[in-house]
Design a protein around this ligand. Structure first.
Ligand code: NAD
Length: 468
């Protein structure tokens, strides 16, 4: 068992709160409940640590690579803990840990001197020296606790900033263990985890010592976080909700893509910001598409993430289960048909049957809003332009995909989606090197690749005469 490094855990919390296992609905451990007034000391320490951390890019690279090694070495401790508090199958927890280590390595190797000469034709020598910002606050949700935390700390620390990170109170434990494992490689105060219920996140986002607030979560909370940062005028990056559409073209091979399309919607029990959340199918193929997806839904093994046979775990928490149940019942009341599932499972824990909905009215919230669970509406279309208007017609704009046999045509259609990332014949596959930016109410700012690094830097320009 990995033991916590005392230096990197904030001062002893005055309270603690229970952490539940979503496969049983019962508490299995507890986490420290930090009080908002403890943040002053935590942010001050992050500020002090920044002085040393920003000064030596080579030392940062070495430290972040060592942290990646430490994360990988702790996989056997991290994966079961992540599964226990989040609910996902163990194999997916292991994948999340591998991606966390890979992201650390990617950004570690993007560090180094970043100075760019400016050639603007004037007789001066001027250059941009990219500089770090200072302490960054990160707030992340419960669906990919480690992967999303690393999407915050890897670029921010590589850029020379320090970070105070708050995980969701539903999933605090694996993040605390991750940070304690990484603390063997990082100087004290560079990465601090704070855990607790609201208003901890709100106070962190609004803290005057924070220079950049980077948030992943729902659109409603993102708006509150941005408002909270108004007095300090800290930089704000928001990665928010999505309602991604998959548009199937008339030459799609239904049975060939059904399994891939199913998993694009149901991975992590549908709790993925850029999961497929609506399918538009040509009317001619509609019943085949519905049946092929329903067949997947009826046969997938649902169970506790700790069971090696499980492909689909529980929903993470009771509130989210209630949301998924309500949005499904509303769709059924609006006239939809549950071709598979449509109800909770009669067992302890937060399980919902994988659900395929047909004949859903376009105005039903399961189409217009984000369900964020194992429920997928399939909608028929007769006119592709109208289907694209519907796909583009929500307040979200995270991702989208187009599926067909003629890949060039599918790519042309994908170019008409209004979102940050569009895929052909798959969905939600991201590379570390690509920019990730939702439009409309799906996000503000850019994460991923060099753009994610620059989102954590500021340009500092120095001018001097050409000649002495
Ligand atoms: P959430 O918005 O409820 O919570 C996210 C985080 O904010 C948690 O740590 C929570 O404790 C904290 N928080 C809650 N109220 C706050 C406040 N007033 N001020 C500051 N922080 C506060 O989201 P969730 O239910 O944990 O996660 C699901 C949502 O996250 C979905 O909408 C999903 O689409 C979105 N998401 C987006 C991305 C992306 O990259 N675009 C990735 C994953 C999840």
């Amino acid at each position: 068992m990995v033991t916590a490094h005392p230096l990197h855990l904030p001062a002893p919390a005055t309270a603690s709160f229970a952490v539940l296992d979503p496969a049983t609905g019962e508490a299995f451990d507890e986490a420290p409940g930090q009080q908002p007034d403890e943040l002053d000391a935590v942010v001050r320490r992050a500020h002090e640590a920044w002085r040393g951390w920003r000064a030596d890019p080579a030392a940062r690279t070495t430290a972040l690579l060592a942290a990646a090694d430490a994360v990988e070495a702790a996989e056997a401790d991290l994966a079961p803990l992540l599964t226990r508090e989040q609910g996902k199958p163990l194999a997916e927890s292991s994948m999340e840990i591998a991606r966390t280590a890979a992201r650390l390595r990617y950004f570690a190797e993007l560090t180094g001197p970043r100075t760019e000469p400016l050639a603007d034709g004037r007789p001066v020598r001027s250059e941009v020296r990219w500089r770090s910002l200072g302490p960054v606050a990160a707030i992340v949700p419960w669906n990919f606790p480690l992967q999303l935390a690393s999407a915050k700390f890897a670029p921010a620390l590589a850029a020379g900033n320090t970070m105070v990170l708050k995980p969701s109170p539903f999933t605090p434990l694996a993040t605390r263990l991750l940070a304690s494992v990484m603390s063997r490689a990082l100087p004290e105060g560079v990465l601090t985890i704070v855990t607790g219920h609201e208003p901890l996140g709100a106070r962190l986002a609004a803290h005057p010592g924070i220079r950049h607030v980077t948030f992943t979560g729902s659109t409603a909370t993102g708006r509150a976080v941005a408002q909270g940062a108004v007095p300090s005028l800290a930089r704000v990056t928001l990665e928010l909700g999505g309602n991604d559409a998959a548009v199937l073209l008339d030459d799609v091979e239904v049975e060939r893509i059904a399994e891939r399309l199913f998993w694009a919607a149901f991975r992590n029990c549908g709790q993925v910001c850029m999961a497929v959340k609506r399918v538009y199918a040509p009317a001619r193929l509609y019943s085949r598409v519905v049946e092929a997806l329903a067949q997947q839904a009826r046969t997938v093994v649902v169970g506790a993430g700790t069971d090696p046979d499980t492909r689909l775990g529980p929903i993470n928490n009771a509130a989210q289960l209630a949301r998924v149940e309500n949005i499904t019942e509303r769709a059924l009341a609006d006239g939809a048909r549950a071709v598979a599932g449509g109800h909770r499972l009669d067992r302890p824990g937060y399980f919902f049957a994988p659900t395929i909905l047909a004949d859903v009215p376009h105005h039903s919230p399961v189409v217009t809003e984000e369900q964020f669970g194992p429920v997928l509406p399939v909608l028929p279309y007769t006119n592709l332009d109208a289907a694209l208007d519907a796909a583009n017609g929500t307040r979200f704009g995270l991702g989208g995909s187009v599926w067909g046999t003629d890949i060039d045509r599918a790519e042309e259609v994908a170019g008409r989606l209004e979102c940050g990332t569009a895929w052909v014949n798959h969905h939600a596959e991201l590379s570390l090197a690509q920019p990730f930016a939702g439009i409309k109410q799906s996000g503000v700012g850019v994460a991923g690749g060099p753009w994610g690094l620059y989102g954590n830097l500021r340009p500092f320009v120095v001018h001097r005469p050409e000649e002495a």
